[in-house]
Design a protein around this ligand. Structure first.
Ligand SMILES: Cc1cc2nc3c(=O)[nH]c(=O)nc-3n(C[C@H](O)[C@H](O)[C@H](O)COP(=O)(O)O)c2cc1C
Length: 179
């Protein structure tokens, strides 16, 4: 599967088989995230892979999307390390959450290519997440990503439909900001 095929194939997964993910597949998607580009190559990301049943159960209680977290055999929580990007580094916007978002997207595309389903949950009680995973100050959760083999019959696999995506004219202009 090439990258455009993976972009087209990706659908947020809404149902997971309980069977564990083959370790080499999990390693492969984490390796893709690790290779993402970042401002000045500072790589302000950390990924916590949660497979322990009790921690997963507690994490599930911290989100209205808890069913996905409870169901998936693993959950990857992506964090941004604020101090990895000094405020003096320059740029019109702080890069630390952007860099991690890029890595999460790459991780999700790699998972798609490996036949794995993922989603990206930010609807979370941050304090509970911090407590369950023992997250220190200055470390920011960017995405909670359930991952596992998708249940095929839930309509989340197969070719992507546009699903309300804006038309090219609504989001692309040439030479100036023309809206
Ligand atoms: C940054 C980000 C945060 C998201 N947060 C949530 C979330 O908290 N809960 C949820 O159910 N889906 C979440 N999603 C998934 C989106 O709702 C989903 O990608 C969008 O509805 C498009 O779905 P489609 O590709 O099936 O059309 C998130 C996606 C992104 C990129």
């Amino acid at each position: 599967m090439d990258v455009v095929e993976a972009i087209r194939a990706y659908r947020p997964c809404l149902s997971y088989h309980p069977r564990p993910i083959a370790p080499e597949k999990l390693k492969s998607v984490l390796a893709a995230a690790r290779l993402a580009p970042s401002q000045r190559n500072l790589q302000p990301w950390r990924f916590v892979v949660v497979q322990d049943g009790e921690r997963k159960r507690l994490l599930a209680q911290a989100s209205p999307r808890g069913r996905l977290i409870a169901e998936a055999p693993a959950v990857i929580v992506a964090f941004s390390v604020e101090e990895d990007i000094p405020v003096t580094i320059g740029g019109y916007i702080s890069a630390y959450p952007l860099d991690v978002a890029v890595a999460v997207n790459d991780l999700q595309l790699a998972a798609t290519a490996e036949g794995l389903g993922t989603n990206w949950i930010i609807d979370f009680n941050e304090e509970k997440l911090r407590t369950v995973l023992r997250v220190p100050e200055g470390i920011h959760p960017i995405g909670v990503i359930p991952i596992g083999y998708p249940v095929e019959s839930n309509g989340t696999s197969g070719p992507k439909e546009e699903n309300g995506r804006k038309s090219p004219d609504e989001v692309v202009a040439y030479d100036e900001y023309a809206w």
